[in-house]
Ligand binder design. Structure first.
Ligand SMILES: [Zn+2]
Length: 149
């Protein structure tokens, strides 16, 4: 094997990068350049690692959006309801003389929902709770910013 720089015949040559070109050099001449790793091995390992990484990333790219949605809800905790909130709903509704069906129509909800709510077996979403408060003019929530009526 002939060194590409000095032409010396040697048993082992080292691939070395000198001024942009790779030369097979003897141990004496290889000192003048940057050692080059065998290109075949480095390339395949690098590409394989990258593609695996890219595939693994694809599902996670969707996850941040779901996390954001969860965070939005986390910033809006459920309203804290009075312990007798469903009794208040039923009492206020009866005072107005509405049947559960009529109340349901005004709420844009089913009568069955009204009955479940009034029995306390179903806690409606905050939006519906606020609607009920407006319709029945009753306070159902424990609002730390407002004194109890
Ligand atoms: Zn040489």
């Amino acid at each position: 094997m002939i060194c590409e720089m000095c032409g010396k015949d040697t048993e082992t040559l080292t691939a070395v990068r000198i001024e942009g070109s790779v030369l097979q050099l003897c141990s004496d001449c290889s000192r003048f350049g940057q050692p080059v790793s065998p290109p075949a091995t480095t390339g395949s390992v690098g590409r394989g690692g990258y593609s695996e990484f890219a595939e693994a990333r694809r599902p996670t790219a969707i996850r941040p959006r779901r996390t954001e949605e969860r965070d939005v809800f986390a910033e809006m905790p459920d309203l804290e309801l009075r312990p007798d909130w469903f009794h208040r709903i039923r009492h206020a509704r009866e005072l107005l003389g509405w049947t559960p069906e009529e109340f349901g129509k005004r709420l844009n909800e089913k009568k069955s929902l009204v009955l479940k709510v009034e029995s306390g077996s179903f806690r409606p979403p905050d939006a519906i709770l606020r609607k009920i408060e407006r319709l029945l003019k009753v306070r159902l929530t424990v609002d730390p910013n407002a004194p109890a009526p």
